[in-house]
Design a protein around this ligand. Sequence first.
Ligand SMILES: C[S@@+](CC[C@H](N)C(=O)[O-])C[C@H]1O[C@@H](n2cnc3c(N)ncnc32)[C@H](O)[C@@H]1O
Length: 423
Amino acid sequence: MVLPEEVAARVLAETVRSRTSLRDTATRFFSRHPELDYMKPVVRVLTLGVARNYILLDRVLTSLGYGPASHSTRWMLARTLAYEAISGKLKPSRARRLAPRAGLDPEKILELRGADPGEFVRGLSGVERLSVLYSFPRWMIEELMEAEIPELPKLLAALNRDPVRWIRVKPGVDMERLRERLGRQGVVIEPDRDLPDVARIVSGDSMAARTEEYQKGLYVIQDKASALVSWVASPSGKVAVDPTAGAAVKASHMAWLGARYVVAGDVKPSRLVEAKRTRARLSIGHLVDLVAGDARSPYLRRFDTAIVDPPCTDIGRLQYEPEVKLWLGRGDLHYFRRLQLRIVSAVAEAAPPRSTIVYSVCTLTRSETIWVVRRLLERHQELELVEPEPVLGERPRRLPRSQRLLPHLHGTQGFFIAKLVKL
Ligand SMILES: C[S@@+](CC[C@H](N)C(=O)[O-])C[C@H]1O[C@@H](n2cnc3c(N)ncnc32)[C@H](O)[C@@H]1O
């Protein structure tokens, strides 16, 4: 009989091999093995736990004489057992059954039960200590240090926890009535004090996409930091574009904020299919057109405001997808920042005078964010950085006319937002 730890190990190894999300790999696995469906919640907890703590787990295992660490299924099983042991949840019978399959001595693994993670970083300091304790690759820690994130250890700890979830509510929907109706279905929400159309999910987030109100398009599940981007774009009465629109979450928000017309584009047909679904559920087909196109070559020229939300390292979303830490490298970072600069430069070239461009990314590395804005301003003298209002985040010292939202300070995803005007 297969056990959840073994499934977790397979899902983890396959996720790293295919560089897809844990969620997608698990969905594929369970659709092939519907008889194991009951394991889903345990496998989810185990895979998230291992992905969030993998460097620490490797140090624990190597201190016991095992290794070298790898992303093989066998090593993933070793990590999973060490994770369960340290969390105090590994049963002796299970350890005895599974440890040999991972090449481990069950008794040694059982001795880890309830151990304090701090024990395993004794003697380490600086970048090395942060890297092991919070299980972030060294280069990511260095990048975040260069970005001068306040209280960095708290950010790293927050990125290793489950996220606060948020919804964005359709204009005209009474927030209080929605709160009551969702409350009756077990989804407790608390209206946000900063953004009038945003509410925090206090509890019941697993039900949030299953309510009748959701199906009817009365709200969208969207992080507060992501919702802030469309507020900064201030699209009311304007023609708006979003050439890297993905599922059209921000584009749909611009429609709800009163944009006269929105064009949402993406290079991937699969993303446009998602965008189509968003558009249909929110009944905004009369306002939003979808276009397949490559944002590196300007194809949208008539607009008043643009959101450019290009692909990034996603470090601000690690709460949702910690598995990214297992494969992302500096090479990816350089690829993403060049791509971001190409896309936002192309939009700047096509932009008419007096139009605005909001550049946003769900990451915090200085090599994306500030570096991209600086290069953009060097290349395009006709662009001016303006206040990204409303400002709800903190101001990076090296680019004070921008804002960053930080999980440990703002309870949101990590996000960077800058606003530019073409003179
Ligand atoms: C961060 S996501 C956008 C999320 C979206 N703004 C939202 O709020 O739902 C970035 C998107 O850029 C798309 N993309 C990547 N390269 C592109 C390109 N050269 N041109 C257009 N879209 C691109 C990806 O397919 C992805 O959907």
